[in-house]
Design a protein around this ligand. Structure first.
Ligand SMILES: C[S@@+](CC[C@H](N)C(=O)[O-])C[C@H]1O[C@@H](n2cnc3c(N)ncnc32)[C@H](O)[C@@H]1O
Length: 392
């Protein structure tokens, strides 16, 4: 492909990605995959170059651009050399006109900029779109640091027990250590949330939004093998991915529980008031994961955010009903928006005086309004808000 044809391909892809983001359709990665499946003539260098252009545009603009072409025209401000590729050649984009519509604005969606937690100031926001690290969790019962080092000499120790960082691009997923459950890929932030759950010795644990079990597995490897851990979620496909991971890790004390959305109470009835620990790792806007999913900025709208916040409030309360007196509730979101984090805790504690906030002692995170914040800038993690509450 010529450089102009690559640019045109990026424009067409962005058009599709913009529509999918608006309509809650396929992810950018999937759209790119499908696009090249149908264009076998594109070589690996073409694919890399087109993908790079697409992601430069996605990272550059926080607000969803009107079209792929306007996104690329907007990119000219940072990369004026791209202008000559608008050459009107056979496979290239049409020549630039006088008043070309052009995507504008910064990397943070304008409607979200007032909604961040107070400490998330300018440099913090910039770091939200930096490059994410590759973190792993070591399973100490199965492997030690010496073995990790023999496989990856550059492995870096992180300030949390069993957490390590590998150079970006390290092939972890197909490694024998990964395949045999000796390590799991998990962001340091997620590992910190798990650490926040392990201060006492619970006998019955409910992970209410377990997904594919990233944090559930972390909990199981930290807690006694006698702890009964219920991994609940409404998403059958995600929850289904837990079993093979659990098997690989040789963990037997996790029980999956599929919930019916809106009727979660039914399946959870046996656990009301009985759990020593409930983790509510709630669905959220994902503002803390923009480093990995910058396209989430094009998907979130005020309406969608409001629906998400309402669901979080409901899950916070649902989770709390499962906790036994003296038990703990950890509420977490991978978001740095107040409405999803501190404000949820504030209104919960305002409504339920039989709960109190507990400070957890952790090597990462800064205290923030009855909870803690983790951020890419300060902690080198994905962005999270979490809180630990105790039922009196
Ligand atoms: C942030 S993700 C959880 C990630 C997971 N804990 C991990 O560590 O990999 C939020 C999860 O909440 C689930 N969820 C959404 N609505 C739910 C509901 N009503 N009840 C329980 N889980 C729900 C989603 O399916 C999703 O898996």
């Amino acid at each position: 492909m010529t450089p102009s044809a690559r640019l045109q391909a990026a424009i067409e892809l962005l058009d599709e990605i913009i529509i999918a983001a608006r309509d809650d359709g396929a992810s950018a990665d999937n759209i790119i995959k499908q696009f090249f499946k149908a264009r076998r003539y594109a070589g690996s260098k073409d694919r890399r170059a087109v993908r790079e252009l697409v992601y430069q545009a996605i990272r550059r603009f926080g607000d969803r651009p009107a079209s792929g072409r306007s996104a690329m025209v907007g990119l000219l401000e940072d990369q004026p050399e791209l202008a000559e590729l608008f050459d009107g050649s056979g496979y290239g984009p049409a020549k630039l006109g006088e008043d070309e519509p052009m995507a504008e604005g910064g990397a943070i969606p304008h409607w979200l900029s007032e909604k961040f937690a107070e400490p998330i100031v300018a440099e913090e926001r910039e770091a939200l779109l930096g490059r994410a690290a590759l973190d792993i969790r070591m399973v100490p019962a199965k492997v030690d640091l010496r073995t990790l080092r023999s496989q990856w000499p550059d492995v870096e120790e992180l300030p949390l027990k069993n957490a390590y960082r590998l150079p970006a691009g390290t092939r972890v997923e197909n490694s024998s250590l990964h395949n045999s459950g000796q390590i799991e890929i998990q962001d340091l932030g997620s590992q910190t949330i798990v650490a926040a759950c392990t201060g006492h010795e619970p006998k019955l644990v409910l992970d209410l939004c377990a997904g594919a079990g990233g944090k559930t597995l972390g909990l199981a490897s930290e807690l006694s093998a006698k702890t009964r851990i219920i991994a609940a979620d409404t998403d059958k496909r995600r929850l289904g991915r837990l079993a093979p991971r659990q098997q690989r890790a040789g963990i037997e004390n996790i029980e999956p529980l599929l919930l019916d959305p809106g009727k979660e109470d039914e399946a959870l009835a046996p656990f009301v008031g009985r759990c020593d620990l409930v983790l509510v790792d709630a669905p959220c806007s994902g503002t803390g994961t923009w480093r990995r999913n910058p396209e989430l900025r094009w998907r979130m709208t005020p309406d969608r955010l409001e629906r998400t916040v309402n669901l979080q409030t409901r899950l916070f309360e649902l989770g709390s009903r499962m906790v036994a007196p003296g038990g703990r509730l950890i509420y977490a979101v991978c978001s740095l928006l107040d409405a999803e984090g501190a404000a949820q805790t504030g209104s919960f504690l305002g409504k339920y005086p039989d709960w109190q906030h507990i400070e957890v002692d952790l090597p990462l995170g800064r205290p923030y309004r009855k909870g803690k914040l983790l951020s890419p800038y300060q902690d080198g993690t994905d962005g999270f808000y979490f809180t630990c509450l105790e039922k009196l």
